[in-house]
Write a protein that binds this ligand. Structure first.
Ligand SMILES: *Cc1c(COP(=O)(O)O)cnc(C)c1O
Length: 361
């Protein structure tokens, strides 16, 4: 097979990136291992404990519990599953802002819980009044997002925790994308800042690990136990993951990326990405576009559909928000040169303004 994967030089929409060279090397080395069977593959199982310990360090979790999942989707499904298992009602609901990721729709579907979606406010964050009036005795879980997929916003996590506690519900923070940049900001988002029970944080996004490497964290082992099933034919006695056989490549690459990059490498990357996002937002504003100011390295901007289509036709991998804004994620592979070349194409392809001809009324 001679086909090459796509290059990253025009990819502006992805929340994944080129793995760090150390992560790539570790992924290749551990390709033929299965952390789902720790009795047979003990080395990768030990590495997974290390990965969870390091994720705990990033997220203020003192006695880290969790595992490396196939991605944010699995981690979110499992968080809903933990909450459902612990809820005392047979008709549990999950309350989430509309900025929450679509993986929660899958979770609700698979797990048979009622997903209640509440509006966001004018700052694109969970509207606390709306959350407050939506929760009830049947609420098993309140979801807050730390780095939303469309606008990079961080919900008021500790207030959401208070609301969850008022009805005896759990609090889940989805930091799938934001988790590896938030440690370098002033946001309050993690286990050390608020009464967070579970969290999604993906090494295969801003963490620069190879796919598949998602992360599920829990405040205690006891929470994770809600997921455990017996495993008759394996030497290990129980399994908390959703998948059985899993990629040791993802686990090893997560450890390698974090060993190399935490904290200085990630800090430098955050600074570089945030500067690029701020620079890009300014450049759009100077051209007269409406920009949603980036609070994390993600820019959303209102460009005409025709311009968006023309840019895509020119090979730019870009995507749009639900309300149609162009969305650019300043991942590690996104350089200032790429963004300059993107803007040059934008200037060239911009929807032509109709200029009245002399003589027209
Ligand atoms: C990307 C993302 C997910 C889903 O993660 P996958 O790894 O694609 O399954 C969930 N939540 C948020 C906030 C995300 O950005």
């Amino acid at each position: 097979m001679q086909i090459e994967p796509q290059a990253f030089d025009r990819v502006l929409s992805s929340m994944c990136t080129e793995p760090h060279p150390d992560a790539r090397e570790a992924a290749e080395r551990f390709l033929a291992t299965n952390p789902g069977d720790p009795g047979t593959y003990p080395t990768i199982a030990t590495l997974e404990d290390e990965a969870v310990a390091m994720l705990g360090e990033l997220t203020g979790l003192e006695e880290p519990a969790g595992y490396i999942a196939s991605g944010g989707t699995e981690a979110n499904i499992q968080a809903v599953r933990i909450a459902r298992e612990r809820a005392e009602t047979r008709t549990p609901n999950v309350v989430m802002p509309e900025s929450g990721h679509f993986s929660f729709r899958k979770a609700a579907d698979v797990l048979g819980v009622d997903l209640r979606i509440v509006p966001t406010d004018e700052t694109y964050r969970a509207d606390l009044e709306a959350v407050r009036s939506c929760v009830d005795e049947q609420t098993a879980l309140v979801v807050g997002v730390a780095g939303t997929t469309e606008y990079g916003r961080v919900d008021p996590i500790s207030e959401l925790g208070d609301i969850a506690a008022s009805v005896d519900a759990m609090l889940h923070v989805d930091a799938a994308w934001g988790g590896f940049v938030l440690p370098f900001t002033d946001f309050e988002w993690h286990f050390g800042h608020a009464a967070v029970d579970t969290m999604t944080i993906d090494p295969h996004k801003m963490g620069q690990a190879a796919v598949p490497a998602g992360g599920l964290l829990a405040r205690s082992d006891e929470l994770l136990d809600a997921l455990a099933v017996d495993t008759p034919y394996l030497e290990s006695t129980s399994q908390a993951t959703l998948t059985g056989t899993r990629s040791g490549a993802g686990v090893a690459s997560a450890v390698a990326a974090m060993e190399t990059l935490w904290p200085e490498g990630y800090r430098n990357q955050y600074v570089r990405s945030q500067r690029n996002a701020d620079w890009l937002a300014d450049a759009f504003e100077q051209r007269g576009y409406d920009v949603v100011a980036p609070t994390l390295p993600l820019v959303a901007v209102d460009v005409p559909r025709s311009t968006f289509d023309a840019l895509r036709a020119n090979g730019w991998r870009i995507s749009r928000t639900a309300t149609g804004e162009l969305r650019i994620v300043c991942m590690p592979h996104v350089t200032r040169e790429m963004l300059s070349s993107f803007l040059a194409d934008l200037d060239r392809l911009e929807a032509p303004v109709s200029v009245p001809k002399p003589g027209d009324d």
